[in-house]
Design a protein around this ligand. Structure first.
Ligand SMILES: C[S@@+](CC[C@H](N)C(=O)[O-])C[C@H]1O[C@@H](n2cnc3c(N)ncnc32)[C@H](O)[C@@H]1O
Length: 342
């Protein structure tokens, strides 16, 4: 099987410690750490779940590297001589540019940023490298992909790749939401979430959980309905999503809210919510959707309401019925919203 790792020997002589490895799935990152043969290495991840899998994999292989979870790569101190970016083909274009831009700021003067691309004919990395670092070296075409590298000289301003969208609360109040690469639904309000909010019943004083909050738009848009006595709690496994939600909550004037970064939805008190709102990811055999449904049941007070939006009602409704006694569903904007009472 061809892998990004086959590119490693082509850039090995350019790597000087300390090294930061930016994002990447547990398997390729673990293999890169192995190739680095014990030099000081920090692995940057934005998602707690991905970071936990990476720590497990490194431990299994008896490899040592620090795994850091943070919203932004530029939160790391500017002490690295090499930043290695194993960019998988399927990864988001905006996130790749963002990581290059942020990676500049964690390098020492003269340090190198090396991108490993899975595309043999990659035409995007070279212009991005040139724009941010001024110059770009590259390997000849290779069946597994291509590597690109640049050195940091001087300084440049920090620039966020932010797109703002506007959305209205059910009562018609307009709110503005920033979105950042690497978080769900970059640049726009998700239609499934919009469909869910439109059928959600929120009462004054409700304690509401926005489960898998992403940019926080769901919890923010229902916040006026809970009023000053209510509370919105936001939880997500992605540290950047939590930082973004905080930014959006402040921007829209929320005062009574809490933020929790967790991949197991831990740190929340059982039977303490009146409403749980969820738009779960449906990848990986719906494992996360099942976790959301199970946890919603245990976090809701008696008679609490659970709203879950899905495009896969045939698979999802039985999972909800397994946990809740009273379950109904409504259709809105081409989505199914499952409504369950605890
Ligand atoms: C489909 S998105 C919905 C985001 C947001 N509610 C919206 O509607 O725009 C699902 C969210 O769940 C988060 N997520 C995925 N797995 C998770 C887990 N194990 N624990 C907590 N959050 C998770 C993702 O990071 C993502 O932000």
């Amino acid at each position: 099987m061809k892998t990004l790792l086959d590119l490693f020997p082509l850039v090995a002589d350019k790597i000087v410690p300390p090294v930061a490895i930016v994002l990447g799935s547990p398997w390729p990152v673990t293999q890169l750490v192995r190739e680095l043969k014990g030099v000081e290495t920090v692995c940057f991840q934005m998602d707690q779940f991905a970071a936990e899998r990476l720590r497990e994999k490194l431990a299994q292989e008896q490899l040592t590297a620090e795994v850091v979870v943070s919203a932004d790569l530029w939160d790391l101190p500017p002490r690295f001589q090499t930043v290695l970016f194993p960019a998988a083909a399927h990864s988001d274009r905006e996130l790749k540019i963002d990581m290059l831009d942020q990676g500049f700021h964690i390098l020492q003067e003269g340090g190198r940023f090396i991108s490993l691309s899975e595309y043999e004919r990659d035409t995007e990395f070279a212009p991005w490298h040139k724009k941010i670092f001024g110059k770009c070296g590259e390997t000849p075409r290779h069946p597994t992909g291509r590597a690109f590298w640049s050195e940091k000289h001087g300084e440049r301003p920090r620039r966020r790749h932010e797109i703002v969208f506007h959305a209205r609360t059910p009562a018609g109040q307009s709110m503005a939401f920033a979105t950042w690469p690497g978080t769900f639904s970059y640049g726009r309000m998700d239609n499934g979430s919009r469909a869910m909010i439109e059928v959600t019943e929120i009462r004054a004083g409700d304690r509401v959980l926005d489960m898998g909050c992403g940019n926080g738009s769901v919890g923010c848009l229902v916040s006026p309905a809970v009023g000053p006595e209510g509370e919105i709690v936001f939880v997500d496994s992605n540290a950047r999503a939590i930082a973004l939600t905080d930014h959006n909550a402040k921007r829209n004037g929320l005062t009574n809210y809490r933020l929790i970064t967790s991949s197991s939805l831990s740190g929340l008190e059982p039977q303490s919510f009146d409403v749980v709102l969820a738009n779960p990811p449906y990848y990986a055999n719906s494992e996360v959707a099942r976790l959301f449904i199970r946890e919603a049941r245990s976090l809701l007070k008696e008679n609490g309401r659970f709203y879950l939006v899905t495009k896969m009602p045939v698979q999802t409704i039985p999972e909800v019925v397994d946990q809740f006694v009273e379950v109904e569903s409504v259709e809105n904007r081409g989505y199914t919203i499952v409504i369950a009472t605890a």
